[in-house]
Design a protein around this ligand. Structure first.
Ligand code: XMP
Length: 512
């Protein structure tokens, strides 16, 4: 069964996928498409509604991204947000220009057309989140103003007959009090969506599409060992069965026991064609003496590709390469206009060296918690799906010095103790990511009667919804104390444990 679809047209703003995610949270299946899609191609998708997103440009500039005007005349309800609102006004013949005063952050919103279906159940006055320098000065013909703020006379506009709606503010952001209600009204009241979509539907539909695409061809999947690539592999396996071969490159930088757990799931639970390459020695050899984190990332990334290339040659010609890229990887690696903060080696590198026809990234649109839900739907064990997110370069980026087998072993032990105690404290699910770091600080300690000069282990635990911003977790002192004393007592070479109490930004989640 095809699901009711809403399309989010991406004009380069930061929030396109957040909007898509909010729509899915409201039980409506949603996909993000580039703004360049033609009206015909869009209509062929038979969406129930279209959302035009924000973007950093001014609509009246020559080079600004614009969709075709025809899109507004398809009879499909459209909601413009921020830049999308201005674009709608511009395309429909209104006037957009720099506002006498821009608005950034929380702003008081006043409804002027509370009877609009968009505002069903919304308070007459509330707070919204704004971020604009331009504004809609003159409404296009057929539109009425539906809300205002102090500096924005048309903070919302509507053309009920044409089913066109627009808001200057950001309903997808939590600071907009009526945001959720407004999106729900658009989806359910205006677009007529049932709101009954669930992750099972996504899995089902993605598997069906993959099956159709793959046909009889061979598929390979690069398994790094983390949650994302495992879920992607199992999804691809559901579609391709024995046509799929998973290549698990074990670089020896996984957490304690993790490589074996992944192998068990793939071989025993799902009976996949599964190749485990034990490349620990090769990776550690290449990493010898490397201390710069970006260098570590590139060494591991390149070695991963080399090993994968070598192994994949043994399989022969393949039609498709499956990768477990998820949405935050895409933005953090600098896709679109976002800045490159850290290079995530799992994005984009393999395709250059492997001979295949097409790449498949079944999780590209999903946020981490959505990936977990998909994993559970696919029948992967809870323990595995709920593992901590793990950087592709593994423990190498958690050792703030050159990587050696001894340091890896030390960190694996310390990290395992931290994870065990967090689980014992019943906190595992409430924390988005937690791990131990082996710092490059050595300090004096005293153990028994002797002086020590040993390593400092740092503990990090954060909550986050999208891994782009994060808060440190106030882990109770008793738990921290227990972890600290166990690490110092059980892991030789460590005499001090510290806890990181920094948010992202200004810090990042990983230490390197
Ligand atoms: P940061 O440290 O940038 O981390 O705040 C955000 C999320 O990304 C993960 N991370 C990586 N993942 N390759 C990856 O696949 C990498 O090089 C990498 N560096 C960070 C990190 O664990 C966190 O979940």
């Amino acid at each position: 069964m095809e699901h009711q679809l809403v399309v989010v047209l991406d004009f380069g703003g930061q929030y396109s996928h957040l909007i898509a995610r909010r729509v899915r949270d409201l039980g409506v299946y949603c996909e993000v498409k580039p703004y360049t899609i033609t009206a015909g191609a869009l209509a062929a998708l038979r969406p129930r509604g279209v959302i035009l997103t924000g973007g950093p440009n001014s609509v009246y500039l020559e080079q600004s991204p614009r969709c075709s005007k025809e899109l507004l005349a398809l009879g499909i309800p459209v909601l413009g947000i921020c830049y999308g609102a201005q674009l709608m006004a511009y395309l429909a013949g209104g006037e957009v220009c720099p506002a006498p005063k821009g608005e950034y952050g929380r702003v008081a919103l006043e409804l002027t057309q509370p009877e609009s279906p968009l505002f069903d159940g919304v308070a007459q006055s509330s707070v919204c989140w704004m971020s604009h320098t331009d504004y809609i000065r003159t409404l296009p013909e057929g539109f009425v103003s539906a809300a205002k703020t102090q500096n924005c006379p048309h903070a919302a506009m509507a053309n009920e007959a044409a089913r066109l709606y627009a808001v200057q503010f950001h309903p997808e952001v939590q600071h907009t009090a009526c945001g959720q209600a407004l999106l729900r009204n658009f989806l359910k009241r205006i677009c007529g969506c049932a709101g009954d979509w669930q992750m099972s539907g996504y899995v089902e539909q993605t598997v069906a599409r993959l099956k159709e695409k793959i046909g009889e061809k061979k598929v390979i999947c690069a398994l790094s060992g983390g949650v994302d690539s495992t879920v992607a592999a199992v999804m691809a396996h559901r579609a391709a069965g024995k046509q799929l071969t998973c290549i698990f490159v074990d670089h020896g930088l996984l957490r304690k026991g993790e490589g074996d757990a992944v192998e068990r799931v793939c071989r025993e639970t799902f009976d996949m064609n599964f190749i485990r390459v034990n490349a620990q020695k090769e990776f550690l050899g290449k990493l010898a003496g490397v201390t710069d984190p970006e260098k570590k990332r590139s060494v591991i990334g390149e070695e991963f590709i080399r090993v994968f290339e070598r192994e994949s040659k043994k399989i022969g010609k393949v039609g498709f390469l499956v990768q477990g890229t998820i949405y935050p990887d895409v933005i953090e690696s600098g896709a679109g206009d976002s800045a490159v903060i850290k290079s995530h080696h799992n994005v984009g590198a393999l395709p250059d060296v492997i001979d295949f026809e097409e790449i498949i990234e079944p999780l590209r649109m999903l946020f981490k918690d959505e990936v977990r839900r998909a994993g559970l739907e696919l029948g992967i064990d809870e323990d595995l799906v709920w593992r901590q997110p793990f950087p592709g370069p593994g423990l190498a980026v958690r050792i703030l010095d050159a990587v050696t087998p001894e340091r890896v072993a030390l960190l694996q032990e310390a990290d395992a103790i931290f994870r065990e105690e967090i689980a014992n404290a019943g906190m595992a699910r409430a924390i988005s990511q937690y791990f131990a770091v082996l710092t490059n600080i050595k300090s004096v300690g005293v153990m028994g009667d002797g002086r020590t000069y040993d390593a400092t282990v740092a503990l990090r635990a954060v909550t986050t919804s999208d891994f782009m911003t994060a808060e440190f977790v106030p882990i109770p002192y008793e738990v921290l104390g227990k972890v600290s004393s166990r690490i110092v007592n059980e892991v030789p070479g460590v005499n001090r444990v510290v806890y990181d109490v920094t948010a992202k930004p200004p810090a990042t989640i990983e230490w390197e």
